[in-house]
Design a protein around this ligand. Structure first.
Ligand SMILES: C[S@@+](CC[C@H](N)C(=O)[O-])C[C@H]1O[C@@H](n2cnc3c(N)ncnc32)[C@H](O)[C@@H]1O
Length: 271
């Protein structure tokens, strides 16, 4: 495994608070694909890199049983704190060593996580645990974009772009670069010949300015910046928040509309 981020308790709690849990559109798409490729029964889904369970709980209505797996104990603890459906459970584990029987799983998913996996080892494990025609779905999103704020003294959308392009760029890892290319490298690493890519899945949502700042703090890139240079990391985020508030003419509680672009890689194991 190349990178171990998201593992400290504070980071896991921040993750729970500031990451989105609106995966319905993506889950519907994945489920339709599974239905088309494999069909019933839908006994077991495994969500790897489940974090605090945002990507796991939404699978509960489709499957008899859903198991969330994460390498981080702190994330698993956060996931277990949330009241969720009875058929969902969480356990510590690795994408590269899946503790499931051969041919026992209908669906393996990873939300915003596959870019941290050793893809060669993960694909071998996915192939082993999946039933014939069982599916893999690996999805992620690009940084949030701001919707429709014209006539501001400074362009707020540009300020959001600046966070990613100027402030966080020096702290990008190989994993983050895979996200910017929308998982091109990961698509190539999927060993099942029957594979496809779903793009242009847009989710719109409204959140206060303070949410955007929390979201940025929850990013691995910001956490690396914070470890390397805590004073400047805090100062640059405070400055960005102030510029953002000035541009909108509001406060940190001003509600802003964002859009997130998701992409999803789908593949089905040969019969
Ligand atoms: C960005 S979080 C995504 C959490 C959640 N799936 C979501 O959609 O918000 C990535 C998670 O992947 C986990 N992770 C990274 N590498 C892993 C690996 N090789 N095996 C299992 N989990 C891993 C991290 O601990 C982290 O909780």
């Amino acid at each position: 495994m190349a990178w171990r981020l998201f593992e400290e308790k504070d980071h896991a709690a921040m993750y729970q608070k500031y990451r989105l849990s609106s995966y319905d559109q993506v889950h519907n798409l994945i489920f339709n694909y599974l239905e088309k490729k494999k069909g019933k029964p839908f006994t077991l889904a495994v969500d790897i890199g489940c974090g605090s369970g945002q990507s796991t709980r939404g699978l509960a209505s489709y499957f008899d049983k859903v198991v969330g797996i994460d390498v981080s104990e702190a994330q698993i603890e956060e996931a277990k704190k949330v009241d969720g459906p009875d058929n969902v459970s969480y356990r510590l584990g690795l994408a590269e060593e899946l503790e499931f029987e051969d041919g026992s799983v209908d669906l393996v998913t990873a939300g915003i996580a596959a870019h941290w996996f050793d893809m060669e080892k993960f694909m071998k494990e996915a192939e082993r645990v999946l039933k014939p025609k069982g599916c893999v779905a690996l999805y992620c999103h690009k940084p949030p974009c701001l919707l429709g704020y014209d006539n501001c003294p400074e362009d707020p959308a540009q300020i959001v772009k600046e966070i990613f392009v100027q402030i966080l760029e020096p702290y990008e890892t190989k994993g983050h670069k895979m996200v910017w290319t929308e998982y091109k490298e990961i698509f190539d690493a999927i060993t099942f010949p029957d594979k496809e890519r779903a793009e242009d899945i847009y989710i719109k949502f409204k959140k206060p300015v303070s949410w955007l700042m929390g979201f940025v703090k929850s990013l691995g890139m910001y956490q690396i910046y914070l470890k390397n240079d805590p004073e400047n990391a805090k100062a640059s985020l405070d400055q960005i928040e102030q510029r953002f508030i000035n541009a909108l003419g509001g406060s940190s509680e001003t509600i802003v509309e964002f859009s997130l672009k998701y992409f999803c890689l789908l593949a089905s194991k040969p019969e």
